[in-house]
Ligand binder design. Sequence first.
Ligand code: DQA
Length: 149
Amino acid sequence: MPSKLILVLSGPNLNLLGEREPDVYGKATLDDHVATAREAAAAAGYEVDHLQSNSEGALIDAIHGARGRAAAIVFNPGAFTHYAHALADALAAYDGVVVEVHLSNPAARESWRHTSVIAPVATGTIAGFGGTGYRLAVQAALALLEDSQ
Ligand code: DQA
């Protein structure tokens, strides 16, 4: 039976959402965003597992653990987006749908945020829509998964 699991992964500092630079990232907490993702997934009969970590290794381990288990990964890698090649390598070894998601629009911010080392190994990217991005990311993954069945 095909997997009905979506892994939502959250990188460094995202545990502080709600308190951290609310003018940039909004007032909603990470729990709020995970609830949004869970609701969007449940509408199609999918479950969501979530892990937030400030450590690159824990995120790599979670991606390895998703191999053959989760149909998609919805990933906000935080600042790791911009330089964490080991995360990109881990995603390259994962065969499901990968949606990179950002609350803000990194392309419209400081130049060091303009590079994503994750984008080349993601199926697609959703950025700049705030918390709505989590719903859009799950729906994008589901649309691809449904098409491929
Ligand atoms: C972020 C954008 C990154 O540049 C930043 O380092 C973050 C959050 C976002 O969701 O907008 O921590 O990924």
